[in-house]
Design a binder for this molecule. Sequence first.
Ligand SMILES: [Zn+2]
Length: 378
Amino acid sequence: MSPVLATLADLVRINSVNPAYGGPGEAEIAAYIRAFFEKCGLEVIEQEVFPGRPNVLVRLPGRNPERRIVLEAHTDTVSVQGMTIPPFEPVIREGRMYGRGSCDTKAGLATMMHALASLHEQGIKPPCEVLLAAAVDEEFSYRGVVRLCEGLRADAAIVAEPTELRVVTATKGVLRCRIVVHGKAAHSSKPHLGANAIGAMARVIAALEADAEAMAAHAHPLTGPATCSVGVIQGGVQVNFVPDRCAIEIDRRLLPGEKAETALAHYRHLIDAVCARRPGIRGEIEEPVLLVDEALDTPTDSIVTRTASAVLAELGLDPTPCGVPFGCDASKLARAGIPSLVFGPGSIDRAHTVDEFIEIDQVETALDFQRRFLLAFE
Ligand SMILES: [Zn+2]
């Protein structure tokens, strides 16, 4: 087994399921990364995010101390519930390595670790300083990358996520909020004395669905169209009451360049228009909203994108920048003013699945990419 695959196997053996999904968290994997780099003589810093859950930062000096590249990968995984393979046994079969996190995103992490370690061991100084950041909590609340971004200065960042070795410059953002319709309670034998919040909410949902259909016609060239999904509904106390409250939670995916505030204003208007026609009914979006994460939208002619595309072309891979619908740590780095890309081995369709795996040849190629990128970016 090659060194990068051996490291990946070690990482898969460590259970780093996010505590939000009942796991032990990232302490053990952080200790592994620290030991790995201490052995090869690189400076390691731990950045506490939650008690016992640190980001691990590793610095490889460059020729120009004024310029810095961040390589970022998250160390947590989603839960192992429902998995049909042993989650922490890195079995290799037919060119794939199986296990929780093998694809999302321990393979990307292993390639970044070996890019740094191999350059250091060969005594090669890249043009820019490299900061490897192994961050906690991507799969739940992004607190690891948010902590990382505090006071961070860098000229480019690559974030490891499965992109099938494509360079991703655009990801959708997300807005999650709770919409509440208030009505008036009454006895169900005299419904005309009340105002039925569930009935009104049904109209709000119908309006949201019509609105989502209209959005489907306006596709962003890299990410496709914005979407909206109603994921939760709650309302009513018992069948012989007219319900005075109904709530839904929606998940709205934002396009690059789209502001969450604009989408919220649009939905407030839509809710008001539905409720205004119904006496005794009032609708609102609950504040604060549940989640806002704006999209990633790195210019395709930026230096980081052009460098990454040139390296992919050198390797005989597709150099065209593309977009993905999923969110990750990259948008937070971009918001901190760091031009950021997403890149990694494996397919997002294999992430979070019951039999997660990674194609091992893609892992080797991704390592080659990371090394070449660090040597090419000035
Ligand atoms: Zn991930």
